[in-house]
Design a protein around this ligand. Structure first.
Ligand SMILES: Cc1cc2nc3c(=O)[nH]c(=O)nc-3n(C[C@H](O)[C@H](O)[C@H](O)COP(=O)(O)O)c2cc1C
Length: 274
């Protein structure tokens, strides 16, 4: 399928399957265990309807908004998904350019295929880039990474809080990763090869991560960075000063249909009304 033939989002999956190597495709397309929650979340999205307003002049429409204080031309952003290099050699650098050309926020994945400095160098003068953090079991590694992020000029961090335990993606687990050049730079030295791409990443998240770590995170970032907690438990209250919550990680672990979150952007500030 050619790019010109892509007419809806689902078509991208067909195009990707035709082009990507199986290891990469299965990693991106797989979801936890029997993928029950993944299907339930797709169904949940299908149950959302837009209420059209009629007899309104729509000859000029402005859907721009701001997300947690950052301007965006659309009420959506590029979510962090590890190792874009498995989909295209230009990886996160291409995503930076695309986000810049469209005026949307890019959240750079902790497990990016390209160097952080390469990705930030690709952004335009007004472009917003945020950085996603997996808190490492070795806190010194996280502290070093966060210093680097600060030096790269990034001031908003998305802390992933629902990956204390890595999800079990069975489709991914059945594959062997022969080519380690695809693996995220942050983990490339790790020797683990078991269980697909996720397995090859080795141990990169701290099972002990809890609310009390927010103070550590603040001290590590001099209290100057904006922290966003990214979790599928979108209703979890957050009492921490200057910390916002957002997001869902629908594909990773079983949420159960009764707790399927409302898609995050429905909670965000509405687009400017005319
Ligand atoms: C293959 C894959 C890789 C992902 N990698 C990351 C990641 O590196 N860091 C992260 O915080 N979230 C990661 N996520 C979660 C996404 O950022 C996003 O929150 C999640 O997929 C929910 O959005 P969706 O319903 O549009 O898939 C990943 C999701 C998928 C499917």
């Amino acid at each position: 399928m050619l790019l010109e033939q892509v007419i809806r989002v689902a078509d991208f999956e067909v195009a990707a399957q035709e082009r990507m190597q199986r290891t990469g495709y299965d990693y991106y397309a797989s979801a936890a265990c029997d993928e029950v929650t993944y299907r339930a979340n797709c169904d949940a999205y299908a149950r959302l309807f837009l209420r059209p307003r009629v007899m309104v002049d729509v000859s000029s429409v402005d859907v721009s908004t701001s997300l947690l204080g950052c301007p965006s031309s659309l009420p959506l952003f590029i979510s962090p998904a590890a190792m874009a290099g498995m989909a295209h050699p230009d990886a996160e650098v291409a995503l930076a350019k695309a986000a810049g050309s469209q005026g949307i926020i890019q959240v750079i994945a902790n497990m990016a295929s390209r160097d952080l400095e390469e990705i930030t160098a690709a952004k335009g003068p007004q472009q917003q880039q945020w950085y996603q953090v997996y808190v490492n079991p070795d806190r010194l590694k996280s502290e070093a990474a966060l210093r680097r992020v600060r030096d790269a000029g990034i001031s908003t961090l998305c802390i992933t809080v629902d990956t204390n335990v890595i999800g079990r993606r069975e489709r991914d687990q059945r594959n062997k990763v022969a080519d380690r050049s695809q693996i995220a730079l942050a983990q490339r030295k790790d020797k683990s090869t078991a269980g697909g791409v996720a397995g090859a990443l080795g141990n990169f998240t701290d099972a002990r991560l809890s609310w009390k770590d927010l103070d550590w995170l603040r001290s590590t970032t001099d209290g100057k960075m904006k922290l966003v907690l990214a979790s599928r438990r979108a209703r979890t209250p957050c009492s921490q000063r200057s910390t916002a919550w957002t997001g869902s990680s629908c594909r990773t672990t079983a949420a159960g249909s009764s707790t399927t979150p409302v898609p995050r952007w429905t909670r965000w500030p509405r687009s400017r009304r005319r």
